[in-house]
Write a protein that binds this ligand. Sequence first.
Ligand SMILES: [Zn+2]
Length: 232
Amino acid sequence: MRIAMHYKRALLAMVLMLIVFTVCLLTTTAYSQNEKENKMNVQFINITEDHVKNSFLEVYKKYDDLHAYKITVIQKRIGATTMKAQPIITFKNLCKGTKEYRIVIGEFLKDTDIKLSEVPKDVLKGWFAHELGHVVDYEQHSNFGMLWYGLRYVTSGSFKKKVEHKADYIALKKGFKNSLLKTKRYILLSDVFSSKYLINMNKYYLPLDSVKNYLDEKVEKDDEALSKMYHD
Ligand SMILES: [Zn+2]
């Protein structure tokens, strides 16, 4: 009698485990199918100008490693900067681990009365390439890890400099050298920005000369040289 009860309980536990496993499997499969099908996972909020949307989409197309994630581009008044890229972290996705990102863009360039929609397309593209460079950098961290990352960004100047440079190098590797050069020249060489903004740019961001001297074909040349060494 006792053995029969144990047997029944064990069977019930196994059935319950099987149900939970099946539900999890179905949810995961549906999620990954959805991810594969939705290649343009971008949502625009408050952006009316096609010029801004198209500039973003032209850059986004080249960041195919990000197409699996939902990215929201939202335009609103932001005081601290002109654009910023952020992970969207909620209590739910902190546990579940799914990743989602937000690019916030200002209505105006910081501390100026120049509307973002008036900025030339190539300059905007360089700006967006930098922001999506941040997202590529974020993507390798878990949502928990991003909480620590955010804390370090606001408390450590050297960490901020490191990740700002990294975002530009990712954009350079994606082929946005010309757009980045135009963005850097627009920011650093025109007189539209305040001296405070420029001091900040020079302190933390990749210098214009480093972008100018970046060689797209450097890696290929190194590979060619290696190949010659082994095959000649
Ligand atoms: Zn940045």
